[in-house]
Design a protein around this ligand. Structure first.
Ligand code: ATP
Ligand code: ZN
Length: 213
């Protein structure tokens, strides 16, 4: 039987539109947005799985999918041993520490002994350890930016792009700890047939990117 690449994409969110657009520009046709979990391409040996982005590195590690598109932030946070094949240049954002606007900031050591709310405990923990700062990390899965106003934490560490969410929650960005964009990830050990398909896909992706620059 000939090989078919299984590619995991975010079902709906900030990675989705650009991910679909990328494959479209690569000339790879498939249905999406129909509410289905899976779609087979009509003109490339690939099938697409539509999933929550957080689950994608795990599915790629387990071999449920051969490839996936996620934010680098999620790839690093989950710590799954997957291969970064290529940077895709969209969904650019940063992971930053923010504190209430009226609070003085002299540097990262101000966080010593403080509570910080985040959905990225590993990235934050690693960063603080590197800076020699000992803080209490509270992992919460969403609406991180309201944590200071409800007394849950003195600071947050969250994804920022324009900064308007921080502003509307009375917070100011004081330190960027990680910069992210969408990346194509792969299972570390693909067989030769699948690797040849990945190479073919990558060639098309690079051509699309080159045409834009
Ligand atoms: P899911 O329901 O799939 O778990 P989610 O709410 O976790 O979705 P999104 O908000 O759709 O995730 O963000 C997906 C990824 O897009 C993030 O992990 C990050 O890499 C990137 N991202 C997040 N916020 C922004 C933003 N404001 N601008 C650009 N990229 C962003
Ligand atoms: Zn998610």
């Amino acid at each position: 039987m000939s090989s078919v690449l299984r590619i995991a994409l975010q079902k709906s969110g900030r990675l989705s539109e650009d991910s679909y657009q990328l494959f479209k520009e690569c000339g790879i046709r498939f249905d999406y947005g129909t509410g289905k979990l899976k779609s087979v391409s009509s003109n490339f040996p690939a099938e697409f799985l539509f999933l929550r982005d957080d689950d994608i590195p795990g599915y790629v590690e387990d071999g449920v999918a051969d490839l996936g598109i996620v934010g680098e932030n999620v790839a690093v946070e989950t710590g799954r041993p997957v291969t970064t094949v290529h940077k895709l240049g969209f969904s650019k954002c940063r992971l930053s520490i923010a504190i209430p606007r009226g609070t003085e900031w002299t540097g990262i050591q101000d966080l010593d002994g403080k509570n910080i709310a985040t959905s990225y405990p590993n990235l934050l923990g690693h960063y603080l350890a590197g800076e020699g700062v000992k803080a209490e990390i509270h992992e919460i899965s969403g609406s991180v930016e309201i944590a200071p106003s409800i007394g849950l934490a003195e600071a947050v560490c969250d994804i920022v792009s324009s900064g308007s969410t921080l502003l509307s929650n009375g917070l100011k960005e004081v330190e960027t700890i990680f910069r992210s964009e969408a990346i194509l990830i792969a299972r570390p050990e693909l067989d030769a047939d699948k690797q040849a398909l990945v190479d073919k896909l990558l060639f098309r992706i690079k051509s699309v990117q080159a045409a834009k620059n």
